[in-house]
Design a protein around this ligand. Structure first.
Ligand SMILES: [Zn+2]
Length: 737
């Protein structure tokens, strides 16, 4: 009896432990790597000639490679929501970048690992998976620190290079002892704009996308070697995939996001590590909804409560699995332009794209999806369409959120049309009925891909190459004068190009249509300011900041306008408002420093500039301003050292060179000062201050001719300088010409 009871008890205990013990006592670490914008066919192990991916190829060699893996949506945010939840966008609700937050009601892979006692960490490299969009849930540590970009005036830029991401992961791994961990590492490099590090750019001339892929492959190698050398690689399950592919011109699409062809939906899927046989290739069609169930299964954990995917574990051992259809969608163009949405169903052999003019492709004989078969196969079209409608009839959680101008700009820099229009949050977003920006035309995206490409180029260049952006966007508006987004970004580009009156005209047209947004008002305020219409500018910026109380940009613009008007206290308050929203916002620190400086509070100005230099030690403008604070506070040598550092950082920077020259001059080191005045003038030839500085230095050194030449040039540029005129007259009287 007692023996039987003990035996029964033993069975019960064994039963309770079955999840844990199926693969031995030690639970594996799990490393999920997503490489953004990675086409499967760029990998050697997927058949690429001139392969640039030895690390991924070797990983496939010691694990299992799925020949076909299908993303549900060709957009970074929505696709990662699918990877991390096992749900299609219909069920997790994230339909576009920037305008959605993954709802709390959606359980995630990271939460499941954390609940099972794993340490969890996410390291992401692109703005669309920033924590503000809900991706950090379930992670003990979420590293979405992107590098700062002074040039663009943003607190942080839009992407982090793979080497910096790898370094952050390694640092975290060094602290891991004992407990199993789950880490998600997201590399962003292959996403446009394509800009590989110089060594990779020169290895792949004319192929910058391949250069980016090769660089990520190398960095993945660095990460895997580090795991191998410190030990845990043998206990680590590794899964590498992509969030979507890249069209690279196929079907007329430049990048990704618009269409649901295989060019942007096929990604690699490679697994290796404990429980995964080596060197196997599976023909089972894998889907990104399958990633979460597969990883949980391999780690011996229970599946999430709801799932659109399935564990692919049987396929790893070479077993056949019936193919499950893959739901695919893109609502991007509907969302941004009011054109038709695209939904599709993809089986192993067929794909239906449900558009105003539907398309059907026989994938085995026509993998390039070039021959529409809808006319030959009406029955198949109907069957697939019914399947699609059943999937779309499910309720979708409302995940929409407000888009602020900063989000819009950061997405635009990545070539995305820039999030949903502001002020449209909270609308019920049932599948297929997402409210569109401006007019809803229902136009088929394939009938306007040239226009969309142009629009995308114009939007992404609006800040950096404004004249080019104006040309692209004017061409778009010539074809479709009602396209709000094109007009909005053209106004921004016109302002960037200094064509402020034209920018205001575009914005007035938007206002007349009743569609002026908070960020339009920011551009309007800045352009009116540049035109000298200060009262109107102040009114526009005040309206913008009232409309967008939680957005830094309008408050920054308002602070700068107030500072220009000499309203120092109000300007300071505006900059403080930004710093309360985003601590260490570099432009707000700069503005607050300038306001303190103008108000005569040198100590406070020094604190603000000093903080910029803590966050970003090489910041040239902060170095120069801090140097000025030093000089004014009687710390001449420190000021001089800062100006020198600024010149080292930016040897062509006219302002840094001028301040260094001026400080040397004031210290009586005239010979030393002269070449810096000259370099400053080379960088900015019409600088009256540099000409005057050079003239005075030459005068003190006894070079009367040289002095007269510099001062004469200065006076020609600005005749209203009585002191310079007098000095020049004296010089000429004494023989300097
Ligand atoms: Zn992506």
């Amino acid at each position: 009896m007692a023996i039987a009871a003990v035996a029964l008890l033993g069975l019960a205990v064994a039963g309770a432990l079955v999840w844990r013990d199926r693969r031995g006592p030690a639970r594996p670490n799990v490393l999920l790597v997503t490489i953004d914008t990675l086409r499967a066919d760029r990998l050697g192990c997927y058949g690429a000639r001139d392969a640039t991916t030895p690390v991924l190829d070797a990983l496939a060699g010691r694990g299992v490679r799925f020949e076909t893996a299908v993303a549900a949506v060709p957009l970074t945010g929505p696709s990662h929501a699918t990877i991390l939840s096992g749900l299609t966008p219909v069920h997790h609700g994230v339909r576009d970048n920037g305008a959605y937050v993954l709802p709390d009601s959606v359980p995630t892979l990271a939460e499941a690992f954390r609940a099972a006692g794993y340490r969890t960490a996410g390291f992401v490299s692109g703005f669309p998976v920033d924590r503000r969009f809900g991706f950090a849930r379930g992670f003990d540590h979420y590293d979405d620190r992107l590098p700062h970009s002074d040039e663009l005036g943003w607190g942080e830029y839009v992407e982090r290079r793979a080497d910096r991401t790898t370094a952050a992961v390694r640092e975290w791994l060094e602290g891991r002892r004992g407990e199993p961990w789950f880490a998600w590492v997201h590399y962003f490099d292959p996403h446009g704009p394509y800009d590989p590090p110089p060594a990779w750019a020169s290895r792949f001339p004319g192929r910058p996308y391949d250069g980016e892929v090769a660089f990520v492959d190398e960095q993945l190698g660095v990460l895997l070697r580090a795991l191998e050398q410190s030990g845990p690689l043998a206990r680590t399950l590794v899964l590498v995939t992509g969030d979507h592919g890249e069209s690279l011109g196929e079907h007329g699409e430049d990048t990704h996001g618009v269409f649901v062809y295989d060019s942007t939906l096929l990604v690699p899927l490679i697994l290796a590590g404990p429980g995964v046989p080596a060197g196997h290739e599976s023909r089972v069609v894998a889907r990104l909804v399958d990633v979460t169930p597969t990883l949980l299964d391999l780690a011996g954990l229970r599946p999430l409560g709801v799932s659109d995917g399935r564990s692919l574990r049987p396929a790893l051992g070479g077993r056949a699995m019936p193919d499950e259809p893959a739901y695919v969608e893109s609502l991007y163009v509907q969302h941004q332009l009011g054109w038709a949405p695209l939904h599709g169903l993809r089986t192993a052999a067929w794909k239906l794209v449900d558009a105003p003019r539907p398309e059907l492709y026989a994938l085995r004989e026509d993998p390039g999806e070039t021959r529409d078969r809808t006319r030959d196969e009406p029955g198949r079209v109907e069957g697939l369409r019914r399947g699609l409608q059943a999937l779309l009839s499910a309720p979708t959680p409302d995940a929409r959120s407000e888009v602020d101008p900063e989000v819009r700009e950061r997405l635009a820099a990545l070539g995305y049309l820039g999030g949903a229009p502001a002020g449209r949050a909270g609308t019920a977003a049932a599948a297929g009925s997402v409210p569109a920006a401006g007019r809803a035309s229902g136009r088929d995206p394939k009938d306007g891909i040239g226009l969309i490409n142009r629009l995308g180029r114009g939007v992404s260049l609006a800040r950096t190459r404004p004249e080019e952006a104006v040309r692209e966007l004017s061409a778009v508006l010539a074809e479709d004068p009602g396209m709000l987004l094109a007009r909005r970004f053209r106004a921004m580009a016109l302002a960037g190009a200094g064509r402020h009156a034209a920018a205001v005209d575009d914005l007035r047209a938007i206002e007349a249509a009743g569609l002026l947004s908070g960020d339009d008002l920011v551009v309007m305020g800045s352009s009116l300011r540049a035109l000298g219409r200060r009262t109107e500018a102040a009114a526009a910026l005040e309206r913008a900041s009232t409309l967008l109380p939680r957005s830094p940009l309008p408050w920054l613009a308002r602070g700068n306008a107030l500072l220009e008007e000499g309203r120092v206290a109000d300007a300071r308050a505006a900059f403080e408002h930004v710093l309360a929203l985003v601590p260490d916002h570099l432009e707000a620190l700069r503005g607050a420093g300038d306001a303190a400086f103008v108000g005569g509070d040198l100590a406070e100005a020094g604190r603000r500039y000093g903080r910029i230099l803590e966050v970003q030690p090489g910041d040239v403008r902060a170095l120069v301003k801090m140097g000025v604070v030093d000089v004014r506070s009687g710390r001449g040598e420190e000021g001089l050292a800062r100006f020198r550092r600024a010149v080292e950082q930016a040897p062509q920077d006219a302002e840094a060179l001028l301040y260094l020259a001026g400080a040397l001059s004031s210290a009586g080191r005239l010979q030393e000062a002269i070449p810096y005045f000259e370099r400053s003038l080379a960088a900015s030839p019409r600088s009256v201050m540099a000409l005057n500085g050079l003239g005075l230095a030459r005068l003190q050194l006894g070079d009367a001719r040289g002095a007269a030449a510099a001062l004469g040039e200065s006076l020609a540029l600005d005749p209203r300088q009585p002191e310079v005129a007098k000095a020049l007259a004296d010089l000429r009287a004494t023989g300097g010409r």
